[in-house]
Design a protein around this ligand. Structure first.
Ligand SMILES: [Zn+2]
Length: 108
């Protein structure tokens, strides 16, 4: 695919195909925006760069969903009462930190 044919893919947040490039700062900064949920990418100096950055984004909501599944409810399966297993609490805290990191989008 040549750069001129490069189009933004579906929205990683809502899955909508209604995505397109938008110009910010009168022609010096471009982003990709989802018309459905309003998600907007970081500004890049060219449309091509903006589309490439958008298209290589990981589907964040699925990563968060997977991480959430790793959190152990830490309750007795039979009674539903809290087990207060500190090892599980510690593991859950680590996973929760990972979720926060993903939601923040990693390091700039
Ligand atoms: Zn969207």
């Amino acid at each position: 695919m040549s750069d001129t044919e490069l189009k933004p893919i579906y929205c990683p947040c809502c899955g909508s195909g209604k995505t397109g490039t938008v110009m910010l700062c009168s022609g010096t900064l471009y982003s990709v925006k989802c018309e459905h949920c309003g998600l907007i990418s970081d500004g890049k100096s060219t449309e091509i760069e903006a589309v490439k950055a958008w298209n290589t984004r990981k589907p964040m909501e699925r990563i968060v969903e997977q991480l959430n599944e790793m959190i152990d409810p830490n309750v007795d399966i039979d009674t539903g009462e809290a087990c207060n297993n500190w090892v599980l609490d510690l593991e859950n805290a680590v996973v929760e930190e990972c979720i926060k990191t993903v939601l923040k989008g990693g390091k700039e």
